[in-house]
Design a protein around this ligand. Structure first.
Ligand code: SAM
Length: 433
C-alpha cells in the first residue's frame, strides 16, 4: 500500500476516536486512500469519495467524523478568498469534533512563507455556523515521511485540525500560536534575533554555547533519535545531526520560526532532520520513542511545566535523557518592570528548586540542575557589544526600532539579573531503565 496514503490515514486515526466513523475523502487518488482506510477500519466505516473540491461541495453538511483532503488546493494556493472558501467547505463537511487531515505539497510554491500562511489561516479562520463561532482547533503541521526519504522534499505537509466551537475573541491575537507569530517571533524579529544570537540560533550563545550544552548528554551516538522542543529556526536540530549523526524531530509552535527551518533543510537536504509545527505540551508523541529530549530556552513559554515533564518522561525510552535550558526566576524581590516584561511575553518562570521538584515528581532519576545565570550575564554582555560595535552593519539590514529594541532589551535583562529577578537555568535527568 502506498506509504503516503497510509500516513494520511494514520494521521486521521491518531486524532479520530469515533466508533463506526463516517469519512469523506477528497483526492484524485481517492481509491488508494479508501483502500488504506478499510485496512485501518475493517468494519463499519462509511466512506464517501470525491475527486475534486467542486464535487465535494454537493456533500456539504455530510456530518462526517473525518475528512482527508489530498492535494486538492493546488490551483487556489495564491487566492486568499478561495482558500477561505475551502476552509469553510471543510468545516461544513464535518460534525463538531470531527477531524480534518489536509495534505498539500508546497515544494513548487515560490513563497517560502506559504506553510506559515496556511497554518495561520487554518488556525485562526472563524465563521458562524448555526449561530456558533466555528473554526479549526490546530493540532499539527507535519511532513510526509515518504517525501523526505524517497524524494528529499521537506515541503510536503499534513495539517491535522479539529472542528470546534470557540468563544468570540476580541483583540489582535486569536490563539497562542498567533500570539507568538505576531509579537515576539515576527519575521523581522526572528532575523534580528538571529543576527545577535548567531546563525540558525535564537538563544544565548549561538552554535558554540549550544554545542557545550549538548555535550553534557555525554554519549549521543549516530542514528539515535532526539526530540528538540521549541527548535526555532533549526540550529539545535542541525547541530545534533551534523556533529553527532543523530536523527532529530524538531518541533515548534511558531509557524514563522519553522518556515525558516524548513526553507533551510530543503536546501541542505539532511534526511536526519524532520520538523513539525505543534504545541509540545499537547502533541501526542509516541511513548518510549526518543533517546534524548532536548530544549533550549523554550519552556518558559509553556504554562504547565509539571504536565510537560510528565509528557517528556512518557516519550523517552527507558534510560533516555532530557536536557533543558530555560529562562527562570531568581530569588530577589521582583521589580515592577520585570513583572510587566514577564506578563507581556506571557512567560511562566520557575526557580531552580521548583524545577528540581517537578523533575522528581515526574519520575526522573540522576537529576542535575545548574544555575547558569553568570554565564548568561557574560553572553548578554558580549552580544550587546557586538550590536553596538557593528551598529552600521545592523542598521543596513534592520531599522533603528529593532536596534533600540535589542539594545534596550539586553540592558533590561542585565538589570533583571543584577536584581536576581531573571535567572538562566539548566536541568538534565534520566528516565530509569
Ligand atoms: N531552541 C531554539 C534555539 O535555541 O534557537 C529557539 C529558542 S526560542 C527562544 C523559543 C522557541 O520556543 C520559539 O521558537 C517558540 O516558538 C517555541 N515555543 C514556544 N512555546 C512552544 C510550545 N508550546 N511548543 C513548541 N514550541 C514552543
Amino acid at each position: 500500500m502506498p506509504a503516503v496514503e497510509r500516513q494520511l490515514v494514520s494521521a486521521l486515526a491518531h486524532s479520530l476516536h469515533a466508533q463506526n466513523p463516517k469519512i469523506v475523502v477528497i483526492s484524485k487518488n481517492a481509491e488508494a486512500i479508501v483502500k488504506s482506510l478499510k485496512e485501518v477500519y475493517p468494519t463499519q466505516v462509511s466512506i464517501e469519495a470525491h475527486s475534486t473540491l467542486v464535487t465535494a461541495e454537493s456533500a456539504a453538511h455530510a456530518d462526517a467524523d473525518g475528512l482527508i483532503i489530498d492535494q486538492a488546493i493546488n490551483e487556489i494556493l495564491e487566492n486568499v478568498d478561495e482558500l477561505e472558501k475551502f476552509v469553510k467547505l471543510a468545516l461544513k463537511l464535518l460534525k463538531y469534533n470531527g477531524v480534518a487531515i489536509i495534505r498539500q505539497d508546497l515544494s513548487q510554491s515560490k513563497d517560502s512563507k506559504k506553510v506559515a500562511k496556511l497554518t495561520d489561516l487554518f488556525d485562526v479562520y472563524r465563521t458562524e455556523i448555526e449561530g456558533k463561532t466555528t473554526g479549526f482547533a490546530f493540532y499539527s503541521t507535519t511532513e510526509v515521511e515518504d517525501s523526505i526519504h524517497a524524494h528529499q522534499n521537506w515541503l510536503d505537509f499534513i495539517w491535522s485540525l479539529k472542528k470546534s466551537e470557540f468563544e468570540k475573541v476580541e483583540g489582535n491575537t486569536i490563539t497562542f500560536r498567533d500570539f507568538l507569530d505576531k509579537t515576539q517571533y515576527t519575521d523581522t524579529g526572528i532575523y534580528a534575533y538571529e543576527w545577535i544570537f548567531g546563525e540558525n540560533f535564537i538563544s544565548p550563545g549561538g552554535w558554540d554555547e549550544n554545542l557545550r550544552v549538548i555535550r553534557r548528554f555525554g554519549d549521543v551516538k549516530a542514528g539515535q533519535l532526539c526530540l528538540d522542543i521549541g527548535v526555532g529556526i533549526g540550529g539545535g536540530a542541525r547541530q545534533f545531526a551534523k556533529e553527532f549523526g543523530a536523527r532529530v524531530l524538531g518541533v515548534d509552535l511558531s509557524a514563522n520560526m519553522l518556515s525558516v527551518a524548513l526553507e533551510r533543510v530543503q536546501k541542505e537536504k539532511d534526511t536526519r532532520i524532520s520538523y513539525a509545527i505543534c504545541d509540545a505540551l499537547h502533541y501526542n508523541f509516541d511513548e518510549n520513542s526518543f533517546d534524548y529530549v532536548f530544549s533550549r530556552d523554550c519552556i518558559q513559554h509553556i504554562p504547565d511545566t509539571a504536565a510537560l515533564f510528565k509528557r517528556i518522561f512518557h516519550i523517552l525510552k527507558p534510560g533516555g535523557k532530557v536536557l533543558i535550558t530555560m529562562y527562570g526566576v531568581g530569588y530577589g524581590t521582583l521589580s515592577e518592570k520585570f513583572k510587566t516584561y514577564v506578563q507581556q511575553r506571557q512567560y511562566y518562570l520557575k526557580n531552580l528548586k521548583e524545577i528540581e521538584q517537578l523533575a522528581k515528581s515526574a519520575g526522573f532519576t540522576n537529576i542535575v540542575t545548574e544555575n547558569m545565570t553568570e554565564r548568561f550575564k557574560e553572553i548578554l554582555g558580549e552580544e550587546r557589544a557586538r550590536v553596538e560595535d557593528n551598529k552600521a552593519e545592523f542598521l543596513s539590514k534592520f531599522s533603528q526600532k529593532e536596534y533600540d529594541s535589542l539594545v534596550n532589551g539586553w540592558n533590561d535583562k542585565l538589570q533583571y539579573i543584577a536584581d536576581d529577578n531573571h535567572n538562566w537555568n539548566c536541568f538534565m535527568a534520566q528516565k530509569p531503565l
